[in-house]
Design a protein around this ligand. Structure first.
Ligand code: AMP
Ligand code: MG
Length: 326
């Protein structure tokens, strides 16, 4: 299959309406889109990514009316939607019967999001149906935040990528379970948990968010999260480094091909994270040392991704994450 690089929303929508796969930009990361009501198209998404069938997909809708066609929203869910949509918040809700089992991975619930990126909204409107769209990477790899990163993983495996440049937030959506008596955070993400009045800690348990069990975000070389960069570098002077300017200065490091200095602004460093991992894995060093940042705001999601990247990589001292590919 020849993967086309598109600028036209109409062409991308046409492919989706015929059961094809198109990666498209959202404000979080690039999604691998398919007709979310077509079981065969959804199965093709799992095949293209090498995604385990037990990891459900998020349905992307144009608005709350679109969400109502695939899920049941109570007053609480509607409040969350009106406060944070369009935006990087996915709500797990009771599914309506027309949602294919493949999307839900057999669960009675479905995750729904209305993204904020203008191209994503235009594409959903032009396709005229909800789009199932997990991150457009090979399972287990860092999520793609540019059309180039999508092609790095999926060239030849999908019909097209709609190129909208780099993603402004660069971290996946925050996932909240709205099916129980209290809201539960299932995945830390681009919307800070604190903005939802929740602790920045995942409280869903593995059974509720199957995706959290699997290997994720791992670069091709081992990654370790370290508290003291200077100490870690004394032990591993050959390592590549991911850190903030302040951490670099303390360790007497200057930016370079093997030293990626993240922005001082937490939202910007979230946006840089995956591109940085994809750059550092190619810099010729055997290991990445990632300096820890405090677990708060969007940095809580950055730390969650780094810990999981460490768990999934050969050199990581991970715990609680399966070694299988997700
Ligand atoms: P991805 O789109 O690849 O970034 O992953 C979607 C995330 O949402 C995964 O962690 C899934 O496990 C989670 N998810 C999707 N649907 C559901 C659902 N019905 N219940 C719980 N978690 C879900
Ligand atoms: Mg993903």
């Amino acid at each position: 299959m020849n993967t086309r690089r598109l600028r036209s929303v109409a062409e991308a929508a046409e492919i989706l309406r015929h059961g094809g796969l198109v990666a498209f930009p959202t404000e979080t990361v690039y999604g691998l889109g398919a007709d979310g009501l077509d079981p065969a198209a959804v199965r093709a998404v799992f095949a293209a990514k090498g995604r385990p069938a037990d990891n459900p997909l998020i349905l992307h809708v144009h608005d709350v009316v679109g969400a109502e066609t695939v899920a049941v929203l109570d007053a609480r869910a509607r409040r969350l939607a009106s406060g944070h949509w369009p935006g990087p918040l996915s709500l797990v809700l009771p599914a309506r019967p027309q949602v294919p089992e493949e999307v839900r991975a057999g669960l009675p619930t479905v995750a729904v999001r209305c993204p904020r990126h203008p191209l994503a909204l235009a594409l959903i409107a032009a396709a005229g149906r909800p789009l199932a769209a997990p991150s457009a990477n090979l399972s287990g790899r860092p999520s793609p935040t540019s059309a180039e990163a999508v092609l790095e993983d999926l060239d030849g495996r999908i019909d097209a990528v709609l190129d909208g440049g780099p993603c402004p937030l660069g971290l996946e959506s925050t996932v909240v379970d709205c099916t129980g008596p209290t809201l539960r955070l299932l995945r830390l993400g681009a919307l800070a948990a604190e903005d939802l009045g929740l602790e920045p800690r995942v409280g869903g348990g593995q059974a509720l968010s199957p995706g959290m069990r699997h290997r994720h975000y791992a670069p091709r070389i081992p990654l370790r999260v370290v508290d003291d960069l200077g100490l870690a570098l004394a032990e591993h002077p050959e390592a590549a480094v991911l850190c903030t300017a302040e951490q670099a200065a303390r360790a007497h490091l200057a930016p370079g091909p093997a030293v990626y200095v993240l922005s001082a602004d937490p939202v910007k460093r979230g946006a840089e994270l995956y591109a940085a991992l994809r750059l550092l894995e190619r810099c010729g060093r055997p290991l990445i040392l990632a300096a820890a940042v405090p677990d708060q705001g969007t940095d809580a999601a950055v730390m969650d991704r780094l810990r999981r990247a460490a768990s999934g990589s050969q050199g990581g001292a991970g715990q609680g994450v399966d070694a299988d590919r997700a």
